[in-house]
Design a protein around this ligand. Structure first.
Ligand code: CMP
Length: 139
């Protein structure tokens, strides 16, 4: 069974949508292997989003991601990466399909409610970034 990494970003936690998003995750068919509330430090955000460091939005992104608590999750399902990306919708909520998490809860491209891994390889890296093996069910 495959895994992906998911994050409920500070905008969605702040606006009280975390509970509904967790219910949405379970209704979409994922098993939650790990979950915690954490305020990401600026240094952690810079490292997590290092791949975007040359982009114009990088400073804004890492500042936002460290601005308040997030919920980080390790999710399991068949085709977990693809299923989660389909469940959350496009990065920009204006382009996200009806019924997706970003369509329902995101404000804009930056404050877009949730994150999802873009490949199986990055899913493993991102899960390991936030979770010790002992923090995962069955780990
Ligand atoms: P995420 O899936 O967490 O991965 C990279 C993030 O960069 C993305 O979600 C967006 O929140 C953010 N991002 C992408 N493009 C922009 C943009 N033009 N302005 C601000 N943030 C952006």
């Amino acid at each position: 069974m495959a895994r992906t990494f998911a994050m409920i970003k500070p905008d969605a936690v702040q606006s009280g949508h975390a509970g509904k998003i967790i219910a949405h995750i379970q209704q979409a068919g994922f098993t939650i292997l790990g979950m915690k509330l954490t305020q990401i430090s600026l240094a952690q955000a810079q490292k997590f989003y290092e791949v975007h460091k040359e982009r114009g939005f990088y400073g804004e992104l890492v500042e936002f991601m460290s601005s308040g608590p997030s919920v980080v999750l390790a999710l399991q399902a068949d085709n977990a990466v693809g299923l989660w990306r389909e469940t959350i919708g496009a990065t920009d909520p204006a382009e996200a399909a009806e019924g997706t998490i970003r369509k329902l809860y995101a404000e804009n491209k930056g404050r877009n409610a949730v994150h999802g891994s873009d490949s199986d390889e990055n899913a493993d890296i991102e899960i390991a970034f936030f979770f010790a093996g002992t923090e995962l069910v069955g780990g």
